[in-house]
Design a protein around this ligand. Structure first.
Ligand code: ADP
Ligand code: MG
Length: 715
């Protein structure tokens, strides 16, 4: 039986030199036998039976077996091969706009052929455009024909042959723990061998829908395999970390002294707690205890603190820093932007410096002299707390005894930077404790699978006294109303953010430029006076400004001198101005969902009712794109960061959600975390069993699924 999908004739493709095929396979990442065996079909075509034309319905995709009664090349309206075939029940016209001479020959009058394609009815009877044709010799195939993802130069029938050969050679022996199959049976899983053979060549009577939605037991087995590999690699790296050593940072407890003794000097930690103008929420107390417990162990902490914007992560970080400094070690706090670092710096200084802590500050834009002084303080150990941007992990920075590194908005740092941080901060044979913070909560299934080697603490409660932000969606045409609203807010003494997506007019993206908006708002605020009798000031902040200018603009807003701050997304993270009660986001349709949520989190930090206005615009006469609409809808419908994260994951998929394209993390190809939670639970348990009792199987499983990447994951 010859398989010759049109338009490539068999003779030509079959003769492709081996090395070219292998090159094409390599492009698909198919190098070893197991790679080939795991290259699964995108879909299937059913060539297992023949339909009669007389029973066809318009638009059906069918295979017919018929005799060619007429074959001609026509030149009007353009060159085409027109073939008429008769299957005994009716006739059908086959049309080819591109064809090889060999195809024309195969479709000569009198030949019996099988043609597969979509039939269209019409005036002139049935027609098929570019059907797949082959000569009607031999039996019909007994299985569905798989269609694989491929690349140019690698026709389906060649790839199919390679895949089946790889499948036959590959070691498909079981790597699940032997004996205890009850768990596996619970999921009705097949063996890997059966599952792969089936998926490459399913019997024609299979319910196609179960292959498409991956609910078929064969698919379940593959998903279970894949999730297991991921869980083993994460559990393995967690265990490797358990053998590393970290400084023991235990909370200093004041010794009880006799009734007449002098008052004991308070620890920094207790001193800070006593000085805070608010009581910790129950959630803050809980996560604080989780962190303190980790730091009091000799194993490096590897903890993610997640909490919605405004949940109060900074104070938790400050308390962790206090424990570290109390124990006589240095603490570093790294933030992705200078503005954010500055905010932390100010807050932490405000809290800790009066308690006697010495702080150093490192950024890329520092003056040489200042930087030298700071570096000296870091190296001598005089600086107990070091705050800054990426500058902290640069080569010239030497800590005397760093024991705790805190990374804020960790998702903004790439995996490479995080790895650099860890190795950079290694102190002799000691690893520092690592606390990462994020305001982009990670949905549970993602946390379990991609961050399984992280411990997660969640701030699931906002500090009291917040009024939820009301979100409004307005068309750009209603900009004037928004400006009116701004004037009213400013007259009440409130402050306003206006966020623009780009700095300069770009011809390609017709975006309003921040400078123009700034000028417009300045004009609109003429004559507006705040309750203090001062004329309203408008400020402009964008990423191309020099650092000192940025700082000055920000400081003026923080101190309340500036009423309206026009800004590009530089304010995205962490800025804390409780008096701001209105946030306007222009071209909101251009922002990602978690970005919008972060921006919205800048307001609603005080007791005043706050509003977030999402201004959107659409090109003349058209509608918002589907995903943009979903994002804006999610923003209006919920304020809950976890729900936002869940929807974001749904809209973008885990790859983009995690930014994994750049990170090199192994992504899941088959499993869908949205629907495979039960398998994930199983995979977690199985990974423990394998690593504990059958390490050789675990190793084999990892190599099979991750190949070269398994080394990276062990790193
Ligand atoms: P985020 O989690 O987004 O980093 P922040 O740490 O900036 O949030 O906290 C937001 C605001 O809430 C800050 O002004 C902070 O001082 C305040 N805050 C934090 N914890 C509490 C609390 N328990 N009670 C009242 N206000 C709090
Ligand atoms: Mg923060």
């Amino acid at each position: 039986m010859t398989h010759s999908p049109s338009p490539t004739p068999p003779a030509k493709a079959g003769a492709a030199p081996k090395s070219a095929v292998q090159k094409a396979l390599a492009k698909l990442g198919l190098v070893s036998d197991i790679d080939l065996a795991l290259h699964l079909p995108l879909r299937y075509e059913d060539e297992t039976h023949i339909s009669k034309l007389s029973q066809a319905r318009e638009g059906d995709t069918i295979q017919i077996e018929a005799v060619v009664t007429k074959s001609e090349v026509s030149f009007r309206p353009r060159r085409q091969l027109i073939v008429t075939v008769d299957d005994g029940s009716d006739v059908c016209t086959l049309r080819f706009f591109s064809f090889y001479p060999s195809q024309q020959k195969a479709l000569a009058v009198g030949n019996r052929v099988r043609a597969r394609g979509e039939v269209k009815g019409g005036f002139l009877g049935w027609t098929m455009l570019h059907p797949v044709c082959r000569s009607a010799v031999g039996d019909l195939p007994k299985v569905l024909t798989p269609i694989y993802p491929t690349v140019a130069g690698l026709p389906q029938h060649v790839l199919r042959k390679e895949v089946l050969a790889g499948l036959a050679r590959a070691d498909l022996s079981d790597t699940f723990s032997p004996g205890d199959l009850s768990q596996v049976n619970h999921h009705a899983l097949w063996t890997l061998r059966d599952a792969l053979h089936f998926l490459h060549q399913p019997k024609a009577d299979v319910a196609l829908a179960t292959l498409q939605d991956h609910s078929h037991p064969a698919w379940q087995r593959l998903k279970a395999e894949e999730l297991l590999a991921q869980q083993i690699s994460q559990l393995h790296s967690r265990r490797v970390r358990a053998h590393l050593r970290a400084p023991l940072l235990s909370l200093v407890v004041a010794e009880p002294t006799g009734p007449d003794a002098e008052p004991v000097l308070l620890s920094l930690h207790d001193g800070l707690l006593a000085k805070l103008p608010f009581a910790l929420t129950a959630a803050q107390q809980r996560v604080q205890a989780e962190i303190a417990r980790d730091m009091a162990r000799l194993v490096p902490m590897h903890r993610l603190l997640q909490g919605d914007v405004g949940a109060g992560k900074t104070v938790v970080a400050a308390l962790a820093a206090a424990i570290c400094i109390d124990a006589g070690w240095q603490c570093a706090l790294m933030a992705p932007t200078e503005i954010l670092a500055e905010q932390h710096f100010r807050k932490l200084i405000g809290w800790l410096e009066p308690l006697g802590v010495t702080t150093a500050w490192l950024t890329g834009t520092q003056k040489a002299k200042e930087r030298r002084d700071m570096l000296a303080m870091v190296e001598s150990g005089e600086a107990q707390l070091v705050v800054g941007t990426h500058a902290i992990i640069q080569e010239k920075v030497h800590f005397k005894n760093l024991a705790l590194a805190i990374i804020d908005e960790q998702h903004r740092f790439g995996v490479a930077q995080r790895l650099a941080l860890r190795s950079k901060l290694r102190h002799e044979s000691m690893e520092p404790h690592l606390l990462m913070m994020t305001a982009t909560p990670i949905p549970r299934t993602l946390a379990m699978s991609y961050y399984a080697d992280l411990d997660v603490s969640t701030l699931d409660e906002l500090p009291p006294g917040r009024t939820p932000v009301v979100t409004k969606l307005l068309n750009e045409s209603r900009r004037d109303e928004v400006v009116q609203r701004i004037r009213a807010q400013v007259e009440l003494g409130r402050q306003v953010y206006w966020v623009c997506p780009l700095i300069e007019e770009s011809e390609a993206l017709d975006l309003t430029n921040a400078t123009q908006t700034y000028a417009d708002l300045q004009a609109a605020m003429q004559g507006v006076v705040g309750p203090d009798g001062q004329a309203a000031q408008v400020g402009l902040l964008h990423s191309r400004m020099a650092a000192p200018d940025k700082k000055a603009v920000m400081a003026s807003f923080v101190e309340g001198h500036t009423a309206v701050l026009v800004s590009t997304t530089v304010i995205e993270v962490g800025v804390d101005v409780a008096n701001a009660s209105l946030m306007v986001i222009e071209h909101a349709e251009r922002f990602g969902l978690s970005q919008l949520h972060q921006l919205r989190g800048r307001v609603g930090r005080g007791a005043a009712a706050s509003v977030c206005v999402l201004l959107y615009s659409t090109p003349e006469g058209s509608r918002l794109g589907e995903t943009a609409r979903e994002r804006l809808k999610a923003m209006v419908e919920t304020n809950d960061g976890f729900e936002i994260a869940r929807r974001d994951l749904e809209i973008r998929g885990p790859g983009e959600f995690l930014g994994a394209r750049q990170s090199g993390d192994a992504m899941l190809r088959f499993a869908d975390l949205g629907s495979d939670g039960a398998l994930l639970d199983w995979a977690r348990r199985e990974a423990h069993v394998l690593l504990d009792k059958h390490p050789a199987l675990a190793q084999r499983h990892l190599e099979r699924w991750l190949g070269a990447k398994s080394e990276y994951l062990k790193a």
